[in-house]
Design a protein around this ligand. Structure first.
Ligand SMILES: Cc1cc2nc3c(=O)[nH]c(=O)nc-3n(C[C@H](O)[C@H](O)[C@H](O)COP(=O)(O)OP(=O)(O)OC[C@H]3O[C@@H](n4cnc5c(N)ncnc54)[C@H](O)[C@@H]3O)c2cc1C
Length: 403
């Protein structure tokens, strides 16, 4: 296996390194600014050099570079090494923007892309409903065109960030007479209106990041639709593809392993660093094996992308891999922390605080949730088995989805 990027690309890597050397961290007065402001200043400079938002046209705030997966990968690697701010994460940037770029109207791109990537406006994703999660196409929230407005009635659930979002991109049934997939449209919605009530749901981590959203004659202009009427399912597939790619990024699992090794150095077993304990080392080695397999699968995906080939099955496996490795890492962290693992920054209100302070328990619980978000691990396994490996359909799943 040849893992080198070639001399031309290594030259590009040197350019990126030189840019980072002079640009991050910020110095002087700029270096005293709040971190968010520093990140915004740095991002502007990185965009001007063509390093961030490469696939977004300049007129929408991006740097509009020719697609080059190797360059994009080198930028990610070098920025990560220096802890330099990368493209802002968030549902709007990672899911809506690629969808608008691929399927949106010109005015929609002009209005929404720039403020979304700068973080001026935030979005939430209104897909899931009570009873319509894995079987999303059974969703029941109705959208009716009345004059020059869509009037929307129904309920969404598990809507991350709806309590703070400015807008929602959502799926609603606009053609009830059509078959389930064909009757759905993809609408954009202003969250600050009387027809929308958001009720936060408290999670087992203690925080309340996702919500129930009740839509009671909520309104949105007729042209705030992405794609045509009844094409929402197709449009939503674009969004989901981007979400899965982002969740599957191998760098997240590598960062998790680094944190775990640091924890094993700091934690003690029988008065010695846990890292010296053979059982702990065994489990760390196991996690590292998975992390490396994930990383090399990432390279295979990269090679396919670079050749313009469909990475297919590998892309599907990446999300599954990263959620499972994340969970294994977090479970080991719980064992290393022992009783202290039950304390997190979120327990400050009880007057207790974990000395580790990294919120490993929150991470542990998060890994349980992320195996469900964006399509559950079970569904992913079935898709990989059936579409990827050509195995027969899961009889039990057939029975439940035909209900
Ligand atoms: C942290 C988090 C954030 C989320 N954020 C959002 C958000 O912002 N917006 C949004 O719209 N939704 C969001 N969701 C919801 C998420 O998309 C759904 O939870 C997910 O699609 C599963 O749907 P469900 O919860 O209804 O579970 P169900 O579909 O009821 O599934 C229950 C169980 O049955 C299994 N199952 C169901 N059908 C099959 C089948 N055919 N084959 C095999 N197994 C099956 C599932 O794998 C699962 O284990 C979020 C969820 C989480 C956990």
């Amino acid at each position: 296996m040849d893992l080198s990027y070639g001399s031309e690309m290594e030259g590009f890597r040197d350019e990126v390194k030189a840019f980072l050397h002079e640009s991050w961290p910020l110095s002087g007065e700029e270096g005293e600014l709040p971190l968010e402001k520093q990140a915004a200043i740095f991002r502007e400079r990185a965009i001007a050099r063509g390093y961030l938002y490469r696939n977004i046209p300049v007129k929408y705030g991006g740097s509009e570079q020719a697609p080059d997966v190797l360059k994009a990968q080198i930028i990610r690697e070098e920025f990560e090494k220096k802890w330099a701010p990368q493209e802002a994460r968030g549902i709007g940037t990672m899911m809506l923007v690629p969808t608008l770029l691929e399927r949106g109207e010109e005015w929609q791109k002009s209005k929404f892309v720039r403020p979304t990537i700068t973080g001026e406006v935030t979005w939430c994703q209104g897909y899931s409903e009570p009873g319509s999660g894995s079987d999303l196409a059974s969703l029941k929230t109705r959208g009716e065109l009345q004059g020059d407005e869509w009037v929307i009635n129904g309920q969404k659930i598990w809507t991350s960030g709806a309590h703070v979002a400015d807008y929602m991109f959502c799926l609603v049934r606009t053609e009830p007479e059509e078959s389930k997939h064909a009757g759905i449209s993809y609408l954009l919605l202003d969250m600050k209106q009387p027809g929308i009530e958001v009720r936060p749901l408290r999670m087992m981590t203690g925080s309340a990041d996702f919500n129930e959203v009740f839509l009671d004659d909520a309104r949105t202009p007729a042209d705030w639709i992405v794609g045509r009427r009844g094409e929402g399912w197709l449009v939503s597939r674009t969004t989901l593809k981007h979400e899965r790619n982002s969740i599957g990024a191998a760098q997240q699992t590598r960062a998790g392993l680094k944190g775990l090794i640091n924890l094993a150095k700091k934690s003690e077993i029988d008065g010695r660093p846990a890292l010296e304990n053979s059982a702990v080392r065994q489990r760390l080695a196991e996690v590292e094996g998975y992390v490396r397999a994930h990383q090399y699968s990432g390279y295979r995906q990269l090679t396919k992308d670079a050749k313009g080939e469909d990475a297919g099955l590998i892309t599907m496996m990446m999300k599954l891999f990263s959620t499972e490795i994340g969970h294994k890492s977090a479970a080991l962290s719980m064992d290393l922390l022992g009783e202290e693992g039950l304390l997190s920054a979120g327990n400050a209100e009880l007057g207790v605080r974990a000395s580790d302070g990294q919120g490993w328990i929150a991470r542990y619980m998060y890994t349980l949730g992320i195996a469900v978000a964006g399509g559950t691990a079970n569904i992913q396994r079935n898709v990989i088995a059936e579409r990827g490996l050509g195995l027969p359909r899961d009889a039990a799943a057939n029975r439940s989805s035909n209900k």
